[in-house]
Design a protein around this ligand. Structure first.
Ligand SMILES: Nc1ncnc2c1ncn2[C@@H]1O[C@H](COP(=O)(O)OP(=O)(O)OP(=O)(O)O)[C@@H](O)[C@H]1O
Ligand SMILES: [Mg+2]
Length: 279
């Protein structure tokens, strides 16, 4: 649509002042970056997630809190399309997961243990993988791909280590390499599985700064963590998980004694989450 000239009313005759106010284009509501409804995932019949529902707003840093085995990595894998849910729907930026995957809308920084570090690729190669979705079948990097890789490595302070084999990096440096890959990918949703494990205070600060930049750019970050202080420190939303989503929404509303007790108890019963928050 072409904007009408200033001072004119776009549709029909001149309005009254009140009508004019009403006719202003509405401020678009921020789209939801992640919408999960009734998600069930099982591994060979053993339920890992039951009827999990949550929403993550655009431009938000969201903590995902739950005990070992609560289903955090499973949720990430479902959001990446790595595991097939037995039920439920996932939408990314309002679109089905298949479209989000085609558009490379979601980037994932895995939990350290789940990566084969002996893979013979350099740090720059790993970051270049974030560009594959934009390349043709031959995957020959173009100048803009090389530039994106350089920019991303510089943002995480790894440019000097770009030619190292990925397995030769420290734990914190590897995390930064995966973050750089996510940056190079240009994803709107960033999933980080326990990113602060084994990370020193400087890297932690650098990562939080990057998350805040992401938020300012309208992207969303979902971070699994066991550390409630992290959530209070820099998240604006939280999801509590224990084989299902127990509660999600603003931190002060979700962090009730009762919700935290359910999160950190051995509860495995299926309990759904009500839209918009705690229950
Ligand atoms: N590939 C798999 N095959 C079978 N069971 C699995 C598999 N992956 C996870 N599980 C089981 O699913 C449940 C949820 O696991 P998940 O890895 O999602 O937990 P998590 O919250 O990420 O835990 P942690 O904090 O230890 O990383 C666990 O009971 C786990 O044993
Ligand atoms: Mg995990």
């Amino acid at each position: 649509m072409v904007d009408p000239p200033r001072g004119t009313f776009p549709y029909g005759s001149s309005p009254t002042p009140a009508a004019h106010a009403a006719a202003q284009p509405p401020t678009p509501l921020p789209p939801e970056r992640i919408t999960v409804e009734g998600l069930c995932v099982d591994y060979h019949g053993v339920v890992a997630l039951h009827e999990a529902s949550l929403r993550v707003a655009a431009g938000s840093i969201c903590g995902l809190v739950g005990m070992n085995g609560a289903g955090k990595s499973t949720l990430f894998k479902a959001l990446m399309g790595f595991v097939r849910p037995s039920r439920g729907t996932i939408r990314i930026n309002g679109a089905p997961l298949a479209q989000a995957r085609r558009e490379q809308a979601v980037a994932y920084v895995p939990q350290t243990e789940s990566v084969d570090w002996n893979f013979p690729v350099s740090v720059a190669d790993v970051v270049m993988m974030g560009r594959y979705g934009r390349m043709n079948l031959l995957r020959r990097p173009r100048p803009q791909d090389r530039q994106a890789v350089r920019d991303s490595l510089e943002r995480v302070a790894l440019w000097d280590l770009r030619d190292r084999q990925i397995g030769e990096l420290s734990g914190g440096q590897r995390k930064r390499a995966f973050l750089a890959r996510a940056l190079a990918q240009g994803a709107t949703v960033l999933l980080l599985d326990e990113p602060f494990n084994g990370v020193d205070i400087r890297t932690e600060g650098l990562m939080v700064e990057l998350f805040e930049q992401f938020r300012r750019e309208g992207r969303s970050v979902l971070i699994s963590t066991h550390d409630l202080a992290h959530v209070r420190g820099f998240c604006d939303q939280v999801v509590l998980i224990n084989r299902t989503v127990l509660a999600y929404g603003a931190i002060d509303e979700v962090f009730t004694e009762e919700n935290l007790a359910r999160t950190f108890s051995a509860v495995v019963a299926g309990l759904g989450a009500s839209p918009g928050g705690t229950r």
